[in-house]
Design a protein around this ligand. Structure first.
Ligand code: PLP
Length: 373
C-alpha cells in the first residue's frame, strides 16, 4: 500500500459497538473483566494500553515500514526511553548539532549514567575515530537542526553494525514522507510527533518505531508502560486524525520550501541558504539519494548580525516569530537565542518552518521584511 492510503486507514477501525466509521475517543482509564477475571478485549488499564493509542501506534509503525511503535507524551520522553533502555556505562555517539533539548537531556539527566560524545557525523571517519569498546548507540539526526546538514544513514549503519552498535534516527525534520530510515538499516526511528505528524501546532507527542520486536524493543515497551510517559487518548485521537493528511501536507511544505529557498538564494541581503533541495547544498546528491523529498525546513543567514536577524523576524506579518516547526502556519526564528548561551550558531541565522500558505504571499512577506534591513 502507498503512504497516502496507510495514513488514512492504518489508524482507524469501525467501532464494533456503534458501527461508527471513525474510532471513538475512549477516555476510560479502566476496562471491565469477565466472570473468569479475563479482559475480553485485551485492555486492562489505560497506562498499559488504550484503543486510541493502539491505533495511533499502528499507523505510525506502518508509515515508517516498521513492526511496532510506542507512543510517548513528547519527543523528549521518547528519546529518554531510548537512553534509559541502555545499560549504564554505555557510550552514545550523537551529532554535534543534535536537537538541543535531547543533547541537554543527555548532559544533565544522564551524566554519570551514560558516556557520550557529540561529533560531526557528516564525516564518517570522525564517527569511526569516536567509537570506543563500550559504544552501544549511534544517534543520527538528518537533516540536522538548524544547519540542515545531511548524514549518510546507509554508510553509518553499515559501519555501526560491523561493530555491534545500534543506530537510532531522529526523523522529525524529514517526516516519514520525505525519508524512511528503517529502509536504510536503522534499528530505531524516533519522532517528535509535535511537529509534522501533528501538523497543526496543538499536540505534544513523541514516538519510537522498531523494525523488529526484539529484546531491546521489549525493554522500551516496558519503559513506556512502567515509566508512564504516555499520550492522552484525546491527543492520540487528534494525532491519528492529523496523520490522515500528512502526505499531502508534506508535499505542500516541500513545494513551498523549495520555491522560498530559491528566492532567498538570489536575494542580495541573504548570505547563505541551507536547504537540501538546492544544488548549492554541499550534500545535495546525498540528500537526493536518501530522501524522497528535501523537506519543509530551511535556514538562511542574513547580512548583518543579531539585530538584523531579529529585525527580519519581527517585520514579517505572515511568518510568526516563534520556535517549533511542522505546522500549517509558517514560523521564523532567530535560532541562537532559543538554544541559549552555549549555542554555537551564527547570530544572523534564521530558521524557517515553511507552512502551507500561498507561496506568493510568503515571498512577498519575507521580501518586505528583508527590505527593513
Ligand atoms: C522538537 C524536537 C524534539 C523534541 O520533541 P518534543 O516533542 O518537543 O519533546 C526532538 N528532536 C527534534 C529534531 C525536534 O525538532
Amino acid at each position: 500500500m502507498h503512504i497516502e492510503t496507510i495514513a488514512i486507514h492504518a489508524g482507524n477501525r469501525t467501532d464494533e459497538a456503534s458501527q461508527a466509521v471513525i474510532q471513538p475517543i475512549v477516555l476510560s482509564t479502566t476496562f471491565e473483566r469477565n466472570e473468569t477475571g479475563d479482559y475480553p478485549k485485551g485492555y486492562i488499564y489505560s497506562r498499559a494500553a488504550n484503543p486510541n493509542r493502539e491505533l495511533l501506534e499502528n499507523v505510525l509503525a506502518k508509515l515508517e515500514l516498521g513492526a511496532d511503535a510506542a507512543a510517548f507524551s513528547s519527543g523528549n520522553a521518547a528519546g529518554m526511553a531510548v537512553f534509559q533502555s541502555l545499560k549504564p556505562g554505555t557510550h552514545v555517539i550523537g551529532p554535534d548539532d543534535m536537537y538541543h533539548g535531547l543533547r541537554n537531556q543527555l548532559k544533565t539527566l544522564f551524566a554519570g549514567i551514560l558516556e557520550f560524545d557529540f561529533v560531526d557525523l557528516t564525516d564518517i571517519s570522525v564517527f569511526e575515530k569516536t567509537i570506543r569498546p563500550n559504544t552501544g548507540l549511534l544517534w543520527i539526526e538528518t537533516p540536522s537542526n538548524p544547519l540542515m546538514k545531511i548524514t549518510d544513514i546507509d554508510a553509518l549503519v553499515k559501519l555501526a553494525h560491523e561493530r555491534n552498535i545500534k543506530v537510532a534516527c531522529d526523523n522529525t525534520f524529514a517526516s516519514p514522507v520525505c525519508q524512511q530510515p528503517l529502509t536504510l538499516g536503522a534499528d530505531l526511528v524516533m519522532h517528535s510527533t509535535t511537529k509534522y505528524l501533528s501538523g497543526h501546532s496543538d499536540i505534544t507527542g513523541g514516538v519510537l518505531i522498531t523494525p523488529v520486536k526484539d529484546e531491546w524493543w521489549e525493554k522500551i515497551r516496558q519503559i513506556q508502560q512502567l515509566g508512564g510517559a504516555i499520550p492522552s487518548p484525546l491527543d492520540c485521537y487528534m494525532l491519528t486524525r492529523s496523520i490522515k493528511t500528512l502526505p499531502y501536507r508534506m508535499r505542500g511544505h516541500v513545494q513551498n520550501a523549495q520555491l522560498l529557498a530559491e528566492y532567498l538564494e538570489k536575494h542580495p541581503k541573504v548570505e547563505e541558504v541551507m536547504y537540501p533541495g538546492l544544488p548549492s547544498h554541499p550534500q545535495y546528491e546525498l540528500a537526493k539519494k536518501q530522501m524522497n523529498y528535501a523537506g519543509g525546513m530551511l535556514s538562511f543567514v542574513v547580512r548583518g548580525g543579531k539585530e538584523e536577524a531579529f529585525k527580519v523576524a519581527a517585520s514579517c506579518k505572515i511568518f510568526t516569530h516563534a520556535t517549533s516547526l511542522g505546522g500549517v502556519e509558517s514560523l521564523i526564528e532567530q535560532r541562537a537565542s532559543n538554544e541559549g548561551p552555549d549555542s554555537t550558531l551564527p547570530q544572523n541565522l534564521l530558521r524557517v518552518s515553511v507552512g502551507l500558505e500561498h507561496i506568493d504571499d510568503l515571498i512577498e512577506d519575507i521580501a518586505a521584511a528583508l527590505g527593513e534591513i
